[in-house]
Design a protein around this ligand. Structure first.
Ligand SMILES: *Cc1c(COP(=O)(O)O)cnc(C)c1O
Length: 436
């Protein structure tokens, strides 16, 4: 299968090239040329399949032409070494918990899949591939852990000194093995600029093979469709949905819109989702697009749901492409919501008091949008995109509790921090990489 760019001027790419490059040469995002429908046999067997097998069937529709069946099955099974359970919060409202992976957030799924697919395409010839990733916190941990121990790949995580919470920092500085953390004396933008300069530097690229693990990469983004199929299968198995007339509403707390976009791909493959809600924090560019038809990106504002602080969501281009820019069609399928920090906090308190369920600030946006918009007869699932303990200070403060830290997170916190201090000058970063 080939992949084309949302900007329509780059040449179409193979899966391998799309994965290695990340972004197309015309700076557009790659889209698969064909979105395959899943066969009738898949739907009739679904209730008897495991999560890994459901995911493999979906992966086969995306990648089956380009990856050998046995290898693809292994990649999917290795990726999904943890569950994404659907948990009842109250009548007709369920949380799809995506925080049971190594770094307790949904980005684990895409990062683990991408690491293994990259190894499939580039590994085996003896030369090492180097992944450079700049992070303001959560992406670095998902990517580092996704690639941890994957042979033939070395990961350099660049993060701004003193600007990352201790809980976040320990998730990528304590790993060792094939992961190196570089502590940059600067801000996140400096880290990103260093990575960009490295990709453009000819001498460096002649010295070592460099690639990125950006969230817009098709190998990180498409695998997120897996857990929507699994959520549907779980609700079917539990007789919460009828297969003849699905009343499923999926609500996705959104920032860069990769997660909801992968759900829209699932829908295009035949997944019976009735409609979607994109829940935003105060960064409401997409919400306003739905209301007005005008897309007006602007700088992001800081909120307590900070992984959604995005003022110009990259995957908006994919959504437009999927529906050929048809605003009316988009509005008929997706509604929006936007919440201030005060509303997010009030929602967390209300949900906890009534149900005992501890929402994280991102999931709280999703829960609230379902509460406000779910109609009678519908069944709502919102995504719990991260474990609340990842935002312990915020959650404890809002709920007045002392949230226990899961063992997985404690294990990171016990680890020995190892990082290499570097300045924000590209010359220093380059000199460091040339010695590796
Ligand atoms: C990345 C992230 C989001 C936003 O997901 P997008 O795919 O960028 O829309 C939401 N919640 C958490 C916890 C995240 O880490």
């Amino acid at each position: 299968m080939f992949y084309y760019s949302t900007n329509h001027s780059a040449a179409r790419a193979t899966l391998r090239d799309a994965v290695v490059r990340g972004l197309a040469e015309d700076r557009g995002l790659y889209m698969p040329e064909v979105i395959k429908q899943l066969p009738a046999s898949f739907w009739s067997e679904m209730a008897d399949l495991t999560f890994q097998e459901v995911a493999y069937r979906v992966a086969d529709a995306f990648f089956g032409e380009d990856v050998e069946a046995d290898a693809l099955r292994k990649i999917v099974y290795d990726t999904l070494a943890f569950d994404t359970p659907v948990v009842r919060v109250e009548d007709n409202i369920y949380a799809l918990e995506l925080f049971h992976g190594p770094t307790l957030a949904f980005k684990d799924v895409g990062a683990r899949f991408m690491a293994r697919l990259l190894q499939y395409f580039l590994g085996g010839d003896g030369s090492e591939v180097n992944v450079l990733v700049a992070t303001s916190g959560d992406t670095g941990s998902a990517v580092a852990n996704g690639f941890l121990g994957v042979e033939g790949i070395h990961v350099y995580v660049l993060y701004p000194k003193g600007k990352v919470s201790p809980i976040q920092e320990c998730q990528f500085t304590t790993l060792g093995q094939n992961i190196t953390a570089l502590e940059v004396d600067g801000v996140f933008d400096d880290c990103q600029a260093l990575v960009k300069s490295a990709f453009m530097d000819q001498e460096l690229n002649a010295h070592m093979r460099l690639t990125s693990a950006n969230s817009i990469n098709v190998a990180r983004f498409l695998p997120q469709a897996f857990y929507y199929f699994w959520a549907y299968a779980q609700l079917l198995k539990a007789s919460k949905l009828s297969s003849s007339d699905s009343q499923l509403v999926v609500c996705v707390p959104s920032g860069n819109f990769g997660n909801i976009c992968s759900a829209l791909f699932g829908h295009a493959m035949g997944l019976p989702i009735k409609r979607f809600i994109a829940a935003n924090n105060a960064n409401s560019v997409f919400y306003e697009y739905l209301q007005s038809g005008d897309y007006r990106p602007r700088p992001s504002v800081q909120t307590i749901a900070n992984a959604m602080d995005v003022g110009d969501p990259s995957n908006f281009a994919r959504i437009l492409e999927l529906y050929k820019g048809d605003h009316a069609r988009i509005v008929s399928l997706i509604s929006g919501a936007t919440y201030t920090d005060d509303q997010i906090a009030a929602t967390m308190r209300d949900c906890y008091a009534r149900t005992g369920y501890v929402l994280d600030p991102h999931g709280a946006c999703g829960y609230r949008a379902l509460k406000e918009q779910l109609q009678s007869g519908e069944v709502g699932v919102f995504l719990e995109t991260a474990h609340p303990a990842k935002f312990k200070d915020t959650v404890d403060h809002i709920l007045g509790i002392d949230l226990p830290i899961p063992e997985k997170l404690q294990a990171f916190m016990r680890g020995q921090k190892q990082s290499v201090p570097i300045s924000k000058d590209f010359a220093d970063f380059k000199a460091y990489l040339l010695q590796q």
